[in-house]
Structure formats: C-alpha cells, structure tokens
Design a protein around this ligand. Structure first.
Ligand SMILES: Nc1nc2c(c(=O)[nH]1)N[C@H]1C(S)=C(S)[C@@H](COP(=O)(O)OP(=O)(O)OC[C@H]3O[C@@H](n4cnc5c(=O)[nH]c(N)nc54)[C@H](O)[C@@H]3O)O[C@H]1N2
Ligand SMILES: Nc1nc2c(c(=O)[nH]1)N[C@H]1C(S)=C(S)[C@@H](COP(=O)(O)OP(=O)(O)OC[C@H]3O[C@@H](n4cnc5c(=O)[nH]c(N)nc54)[C@H](O)[C@@H]3O)O[C@H]1N2
Ligand code: SF4
Ligand SMILES: [Mo]
Length: 697
C-alpha cells in the first residue's frame, strides 16, 4: 500500500511560532493530542509541539491538527470568565445561580426536568464524574452524550455479537500483520493520518466509500457504493464467500453460534442483485471476497460511513458476520474492529455518561450492577434512576411539556453537530436554563444562560482510552490561564451546593472509577497513573495491579455466556429517506483533514483555517454540468428539513448521484435526517435526499 506522505509524519502547513502561552509552562510534558481517538503522543514544551516516539499509535507522527494544537492554548477566543446572560460574572455568582435554578426547577417539575449532556472528548474522570453527578447529585435519568452520534451502532453490534465492545480488540500494530484489510466507510488518511502507517505495506487495502477519498486512493480495490447500501454489500460479500467455499467451518463449529441461519439469510443476496442495489460491479465484489477469503490474515474495519445510518447496527452486524464466517475474530493478526472517533470515544462510552449505563460498561437496568455502583457511591441502589432518553431524543424533548426544562452541557456543540440542527437550536433556546461548559464561545454556548470557562487538555491531567482500548495518561503541560476552572472543579462545586461531596482531583476520581468499574466488562481496577506512565498505556480489562492488561480480549473465548460469538441474520433496507423526483440526489457528510468535529476548536486556529477556510459541496462534473455550475460557484442544497449554501467543489472523485459536505461549519446538519437506528439510536447522518441548484451570488 502506498502512503500519503503529504499527510503523515509531516506538517503540510507551516508550524506556527510557539504561542506566548508556552511561557506558562512549568516544565512541559509528554502528553497526548486534544483531538481524535488515535490520541497521538506529543511533547508540549516551551519550544512548541513535537510527536512522541514511544506511543505505538503514532510512533513519531502527527497530523496538522496535532502540530497546531498549541495555538488554542493562547487563543484570544479563549473564555476566561463565566458569563451569565452573556455578561461576565464571578465564579461564585455563576455557580450559586446555577445551583439555585437547578434546585427550583427540580422542585417544581421533578428530578427529570434537569438533563445532562456529555462528550466523547471528556477524560475518563470527567465522563465518570458527569454520570455520577447526574445519578447522585441530580438523581435524574436524563443524561446522554455525543458518542451516541459516533460509535453507538458499532458498539451495539459488537456487544450483540461478541458480548463486549472494545473498538479494536487488538493493538493497532497488529494491522501490519494482515494481508488484507477491508475498511467500510472510513477515510483514515484524513481523519487519523498516522493510522495509515499501520497498514501492511505489502498487503492489500480494500475501501468501501461513495467517494474516491485520500484513503481510497491508497487502496488496491475501491468499492464505490451508493450511500446507505453497505448492508447489502456485506450480505453480498458473505454470499460470495460462502458460495466460493471460504467459510471457515472448523472455526465456526468451535467458536460461533448461528452460522446456519445467517447462511440461509444471505442466500438471496446473489452478486447481480447486490450490484443493482449498491452500484458496485460484481467483478469487484468477487475480487474483494476472494482477497479476504484467501488471505492468511485479514481484518475488517467499519467507520462512520457504514455506521451512521438508521440501520447502522445491522450494517456493522453484517460486517461482523462476514468476519466470523471467514474465521477472523479472536485470531492474532486478524479480526473485526470499529475505528473509534473522538479522543476518548472508547472510555467515554464505558463510564456512565450514556443513558443506559453505569461505570465499567455496566447496564443501568442490571440489579447487580446497580448494587455494586451504589455501594461505591454510598447511596441506596433504589435511589439510582433508570435509563433515560438517547441523545437525539433528549435534545428533541428539551423545553417540551414532558421534557427537561434545564440542561448542563459539557464537551459538545450540538447547534452545529446534531442532525436537523435548526430544530435542535430551537429546543435548546426553549429551555429555562442552559449551562454550557466550554473553552470557547461555541455556537451552542451562544444560546446558554450560563457559560462556564473550562481548562483544556494540556492544562489539566486525566486519562483517555484510545481506539485500541489502551488507557493513556494525558499529563498537564501548562498552567491554565487565570479565571478558568476544570470540569471536575465545576462538578465538585455544584455537587457541594447540592449537598454532596465530590472530588475535583483527577487521580482521586480515577481511583474511585477503578473501584466502580471493578468486575464490570470494562474493568479498570488494576490500572494506575503510575502503570500507564511506565507501560505507555494499559489495555482494559485489567482487573488487578498484577494483571498485564488485555491487548486481545477474544483469543480464547468471546465475552458471551457460552464463550462463542453470535452470528445474527440481518436484512438490507433502503435509507429512511430515499431519493425521488423532488429530491433526486443523495447528500452525505463527513470530515476534512484540517478541521475537527463542529469546528469549535479548529476554526479558531489560523493555519487550519488557511488550509480549509469553509464548507463546500463536493459534486461530480456530470451533476455540475446538469445544474450549470462550475467549481467555486455558490450552490444551494435543499432538503426536506432545511437548506444551506456553499461553493461547489467539482471533482470526478464522487458518484454522480451524490454530493458530500463536511459538517465542521454550521449548515449541513440543517438537512440531515434524525431517523434513528432502532437499537443504537444513531441518527442517519450519512444519507438523506436533496436537490442541488445554483444560488444567486
Ligand atoms: N480531520 C478530522 N479527523 C477526525 C475527526 C474530525 O472531525 N476531523 N473526527 C473524529 C471522529 S469523532 C470520528 S467519528 C472519526 C470519523 O472518521 P471517518 O469515519 O473516517 O470519517 P467520516 O468523514 O465521517 O466518514 C468516512 C467516509 O465515509 C464515507 N461515506 C459517506 N456515506 C457513506 C456510506 O453510506 N457508506 C460508506 N461505506 N461510506 C460512506 C464518506 O465519503 C467519508 O469518506 O474521525 C475522527 N477524526
Ligand atoms: N452531518 C454530520 N454530523 C455529525 C457527524 C457526521 O459525520 N456528519 N458526526 C457526528 C460525530 S461522529 C460526532 S463525534 C459529533 C461531534 O460533534 P460535537 O459533539 O459538537 O463535538 P465537538 O465539536 O468536538 O464539540 C466539543 C465541544 O466541547 C469543547 N470542549 C473540548 N474539550 C472540552 C473539555 O474538556 N471540557 C468541556 N467542557 N468542553 C470541551 C469544544 O470547544 C467544543 O465546543 O458530531 C456528529 N455530527
Ligand atoms: S488529530 Fe488525531 S491523528 Fe491528528 S495528531 Fe491528533 S490524535 Fe493524531
Ligand atoms: Mo465521532
């Protein structure tokens, strides 16, 4: 496989001079990037940022977001004082106001009238404390987080099949041993550039994507499918694999249940039918199935392109079925994994900020889990609330007669990133009280009653669990500016005002998290700050301090009661909103290299804005010609829920029936479809129907 040298290990934009903030450095530190789940190791010193060599995920590489991350530490956009109704106030005034309003709203409308919304970028300590704050200090069931928009479909599918969800159930360096990697719906060359170096250079990469992305250009085989048809593609690949005799019958007999039912269910997905649904030529599907079936070692990966659909759980299940039929999971150098997204996307889904979860990846409706966690928290299990609403359902209910009247939001910017975003902005505006903790005045913070300025990555310590399930230590490298406080400090202050004692010290909170997670699926009991530092990370589960950690949890057995993986038949269906005469084009969405998520952080960094100054509508020359526009012309994209405008970017690297827009700028999510997956409650970010027309400039 070729490597995109322009994007890995080097910085395509010029390195900014060390910002003045570096002078706040006590000593500098070996720490980790503020952004994605690769959690590249970096040294933050008075001279600037350099990559660490000792962290396997990046081993000396960074992307341009990592190289420029220091700019935000010194940014003039940084919030340094609490805001009440947009006016600067002191911390005591802000916190007293919030605590008093929370109390009065709960007294008037009940405990569930206060909601909490978290984020997969928060450290383990923060995610844990946020969940505890909701269940113990507020006693509300109404908590969920942005990871619902991110990992939830793959997580649900992995739990269903393997009894455990650890994004990659193997170290990322295992990829180098795979002869073939199939990546469905991921553009890692842009979303985590140093990831690419782990692909086996002599091996074969197969990419399924409606666009010829930077990643697809590295691939020996590209399956340029219609958006929303991955499930059919996976069924078709499995059909061919079984028909051509690649099913590993000995493995299936020993390690898997349910093969026969799945085999019968894919019988009707013959290649020509799958070609009609997906647009992928039969010959290419055969080539892919053959490559996977004959490889000594192979890995199947899914990412958001395949997962962010109203059928995302079943789609991930179909790829898991394919992996199981080929005998891949639980074998060294082979397997199925999902490419986790946010900095702490993995840990963030384990410690209780999800509506149905308690720490240690326990279920909140499991009596034994409730008893254990209530014991650690010193409360009666009967006082713990039950499961609440999922992220979109929670946002959709805000300010309605039966929904929450107040929300505390930490680490997300849903005005930009939630589906049907104009509606969500209206719901947020309808609240009696919106409290936003952030480092910058995000679009969502603009709507807040109270904004609390928080410390960020290099200004505080904490642990994060990267896409491999490796728990890492983010060390503090600089002193925070005066006026800001950590999220842990804010939660402790609010808990104190509500009559509870919470620690604001990351290590103390982590030690409590270890006890709360002990015995659960994501067991951190044996992980300490010292061990992480000495061992460059520890893989969970790690039940005691003598335990070496678990890089490959499925080698001997899967985490199901009988130790076998479960194959589950799933059926393809069209997207929740298909194209028609009025809306004839598919809109899909995703990321570009230079920006992160809602852009709240990266749009405030000079070199990144130069590299990618704004939204665009990527479209094929055939479509551009049909509607009479050229690259750079403004176009309007119109859907059933709203419309947005941006310049056209005409490129042959996309299907003619599809347009692509990045979601780093407010706009495209006005159009996206909040149709939810029935199991994971994931919205359909990756496909809706639109019309595209030239816009008067
Ligand atoms: N630069 C950058 N990197 C990031 C982030 C960021 O915002 N910016 N965010 C981080 C986070 S939280 C995440 S979740 C990850 C996401 O990482 P990825 O999943 O790699 O990112 P996306 O761009 O959302 O989607 C990947 C690809 O899916 C394709 N796609 C669209 N629709 C479909 C479809 O129906 N089927 C298939 N097979 N493909 C489809 C898109 O064309 C796109 O190229 O990135 C992480 N890294
Ligand atoms: N159309 C479309 N929409 C999408 C997606 C897509 O592919 N297409 N992807 C979805 C996915 S996968 C994701 S993960 C979401 C992400 O979307 P968001 O949830 O909006 O994520 P971020 O932009 O990372 O928001 C993080 C906010 O928290 C702040 N912040 C950072 N660190 C901290 C901290 O430690 N504490 C506090 N209090 N605040 C902090 C940042 O400044 C920022 O304002 O978007 C989803 N939306
Ligand atoms: S954004 Fe991701 S890939 Fe880029 S430097 Fe940070 S952790 Fe590494
Ligand atoms: Mo994500």
């Amino acid at each position: 496989m070729k490597r995109p040298e322009s994007t890995i290990g080097r910085m395509p934009v010029s390195l900014p001079a060390a910002p003045p903030v570096m002078s706040r450095l006590p000593v500098g530190a070996a720490t980790h990037c503020p952004y994605c789940a690769l959690q590249c190791g970096m040294n933050v010193t008075p001279d600037g940022i350099t990559p660490r060599d000792d962290i396997p995920a990046n081993a000396g590489g960074l992307c341009q977001k990592g190289w420029t991350a220091g700019e935000l530490l010194a940014s003039p956009h940084r919030l340094t004082t609490p805001l009440l109704h947009g006016e600067p106030v002191g911390w005591d005034e802000a916190l007293d106001f919030v605590a008093a309003r929370l109390g009065s709203i709960q007294r008037e409308h009940g405990r569930d009238a206060v909601a909490v919304f978290g984020g997969g970028g928060l450290t383990n300590e923060k995610a844990y404390q946020l969940g505890k704050f909701a269940r113990v200090a507020l006693r509300t069931s109404q908590i969920d987080y942005n990871g619902r928009f991110c990992m939830s479909s793959a997580a649900a599918a992995s739990n269903r099949a393997f009894g455990l969800d650890r994004g990659l159930p193997f170290p990322i360096t295992d990829l180098a041993r795979a002869d073939v990697v199939l990546l469905a719906g991921g553009n890692v060359a842009e979303t985590m550039p140093p990831f690419v170096r782990h692909f086996n250079k002599a091996g074969r990469l197969i990419v399924a994507d409606p666009r010829v992305t930077a990643t697809a250009k590295l691939a020996g085989l590209h399956l340029q499918l219609t958006p929303g048809t991955d499930l059919a593609l996976a069924l078709g690949l499995l059909h061919i694999a079984i028909a051509d005799g690649y099913a590993d019958l000995a493995y299936l007999a020993e390690r898997v249940t349910g093969f026969e039912a799945v085999r019968d269910s894919v019988a009707a997905w013959w290649p020509e039918r799958v070609e009609r649904v997906t647009g992928v030529p039969v010959a290419r599907m055969r080539e892919a199935a053959h490559a996977l079936g004959t490889a000594r070692r192979a890995v199947i990966l899914t990412a958001r392109g395949a997962e962010q659909h109203a059928k995302g759980t079943d789609t991930a299940t179909a790829f898991i079925n394919l992996a199981l039929a080929l005998g891949l999971p639980g074998r060294e150098g082979s397997g199925y994994g999902c490419v986790t997204g946010q900095g702490n996307g993995q840990g963030g889904r384990e410690h209780g900020q999800k509506a149905d979860q308690l720490p240690g990846y326990r279920r909140i409706d499991d009596p034994a889990a409730r008893a254990h966690v209530a014991g650690v928290w010193g409360v009666d299990p009967a006082d713990l609330p039950g499961p609440g609403r999922s992220a979109y359902e929670l946002l959709d209910a805000l300010g309605t007669p039966s929904g929450p009247k107040a929300m505390l939001l930490f680490g997300s910017n849903p005005v930009v990133s939630a589906p049907r975003s104009r509606h969500i902005a209206e719901r947020l505006a309808a609240l009696d009280l919106l409290v936003v903790s952030d480092l910058v005045r995000s679009e969502t913070a603009e709507l807040a009653t109270v904004v609390l300025p928080t410390t960020q990555w290099a200004e505080e310590a904490g642990t994060l669990t990267n896409l491999e399930g490796r728990v890492l230590l983010r060390r503090q490298a600089v002193a925070p500016p005066s006026g800001v406080r950590s999220d842990l400090s804010v939660l402790a202050s609010l808990a104190g005002r509500l009559g509870h004692v919470f620690s604001d010290d990351p290590r103390t909170v982590f030690d409590e998290l270890r006890r709360a997670s002990a015995g659960g699926p994501a067991d951190y009991a044996g992980i300490t700050y010292e061990r992480i530092a000495a061992e460059t990370g520890v893989f969970w589960p790690c039940p005691d301090e003598d335990h070496p950690g678990t890089p490959r949890p499925f080698l001997d057995r899967f985490a199901t009661p009988d130790g076998r993986a479960r194959m589950i038949p799933v059926e393809h269906r069209p997207p929740a909103e298909d194209v028609d005469g009025d809306y004839p084009i598919y809109l899909t969405t995703g990321r570009v290299l230079a920006h992160y998520q809602s852009g709240a952080q990266t749009r405030r960094i000079g070199p990144l804005n130069q590299a990618a100054p704004g939204a665009f509508v990527e479209m094929h020359p055939d479509l551009a010609e049909r509607i009479g526009v050229a690259s750079g012309d403004r176009v309007r994209v119109v859907g059933r829920r709203g419309s947005t405008e941006a310049p056209a970017r005409v490129s042959p690297d996309i299907r003619p029936d599809t347009v692509f827009m990045p979601f780093h700028w407010e706009g495209v999510n006005r159009l996206t479809n909040p149709a939810l997956d029935p199991v994971s409650r994931m919205p359909e970010f990756k496909v809706c129907a639109v019309r595209v027309e030239g816009a008067a400039s």
